[in-house]
Design a protein around this ligand. Structure first.
Ligand SMILES: Nc1ncnc2c1ncn2[C@@H]1O[C@H](COP(=O)(O)OP(=O)(O)OP(=O)(O)O)[C@@H](O)[C@H]1O
Length: 340
């Protein structure tokens, strides 16, 4: 039993031979916001579904506020609000009827039910949509409805699977604001997203998963520093003329790499922190007839850190396993029984 809001210990989930979650362990303290990040198919939804008591681990265990999700799913469901990446809806049901349906299912009665629905609808700005059909809402409105539904029973822990996917920038800002307010109220929030810059601003810690394994757990600053094993400094270069000229030039340069082509140039990494080398690079560009109109230093962002981390892992894996992955036999499966 643990004091954390979420505890995951040596958790595995296999689908036949596929190792979707591969022995992960982590804890999320009460009242914190933790971002869950990983490439498509990394194992995020599988982990979240187990935490939400909707799936069983192959081995290992998970707890919400010290309660085992496999052994006591009903208790866990009272503690969590689950916001899935896709959720079912009903025909001919208004937003108010939808909220009322779920409030009844949760056991709210009479005046208390009406009050709770009103509070949640005000918080999620659903009041102006009360009479709209719930299956005819925009993506942003639908996400607010789903959040509202998951907050009805005032859960301590919110598990949100890609809540910002498909939202326009304004709806994302609104969602971020709601999450911040909930965090201030002391709720624990476990949220997956691909929009790393937003997660960085919103989360106390970031948990990176890759091929079913945790590869980093820490705050965004530590991540930016720890993953920068390649070192160096990033520069944005803008050209007058064909931006391909930068790519063609970069490929011939030692100690320099084009990270990203952009509309009028690109983003390069010079693998030294020495400012003289940056000046040398700029003068070499001009000598080589690149028509540079802007050259400025850029900060590393979370996307850089994430991509660096994945490429470092690939390199490490290639060094560790001389046998090509397709020829290597998978490790033996653990027993199918769950562990308490
Ligand atoms: N019910 C299932 N049966 C078989 N394989 C599954 C099942 N659910 C998930 N998987 C596989 O497990 C792996 C992890 O999937 P998961 O949905 O957890 O990834 P994810 O990190 O949430 O990805 P995404 O960002 O694309 O949503 C994938 O290879 C997926 O195809």
């Amino acid at each position: 039993m643990s004091d954390s809001a979420i505890t995951v210990h040596n958790l595995y989930r296999f689908f036949g031979p596929l190792q979707a979650v591969n022995g992960i362990s982590f804890e999320v303290p009460h009242g914190s916001v933790c971002g869950f990040v990983g490439a498509n198919g990394a194992g995020k939804t599988t982990t979240m579904r187990i935490l939400a008591s909707l799936d069983y681990p192959t081995m290992g265990h998970a707890e919400i506020c010290g309660i085992n999700v496999t052994h006591h799913p009903a208790e866990v469901r009272r503690l969590i609000g689950w916001m899935p990446d896709h959720f079912g809806n009903y025909d001919n049901m208004t937003v108010l009827e939808y909220m009322d349906f779920y409030a009844r299912a949760l056991g709210y009665k009479g005046a208390e039910r009406r009050q709770r629905i009103e509070e949640v609808m005000e918080f999620t700005d659903l009041v102006p949509l009360a009479d709209r059909f719930s299956n005819k809402l925009s993506k942003g409105m639908t996400q607010r409805l789903c959040l509202g539904r998951s907050l009805l029973h005032d859960p301590q822990v919110l598990i949100m699977d890609e809540p910002a996917a498909g939202l326009d920038p304004k709806a994302r800002v609104e969602l971020k604001h709601l999450i911040r307010v909930l965090a201030k109220e002391g709720k624990t929030i476990f949220i997956s997203s691909h929009i790393l810059s937003e997660l960085g601003e919103m989360c106390d810690s970031l948990l990176f998963i890759n091929n079913g394994r945790i590869v980093h757990h820490g705050d965004s600053e530590t991540l930016k520093q720890s993953s920068d094993s390649l070192g160096g400094v990033l520069y944005d270069v803008q050209l007058d003329g064909d931006p391909q000229a930068l790519a063609d030039w970069a490929i011939l340069q030692p100690n320099l790499e084009l990270l990203e082509s952009r509309k009028n140039g690109g983003r390069i990494r010079i693998d030294t922190e020495d400012p003289n080398k940056a000046a040398d690079t700029l003068s070499r560009m001009i000598r080589d007839n690149l028509r540079v109109i802007d050259f400025h230093r850029e900060q590393r962002n979370l996307e850089d850190a994430f991509i660096d981390m994945l490429s470092n892992l690939d390199k490490q894996q290639a060094q560790d396993s001389p046998v090509p992955a397709t020829q290597a036999s998978p490790p033996p499966l653990p027993p199918a029984a769950t562990e308490g």
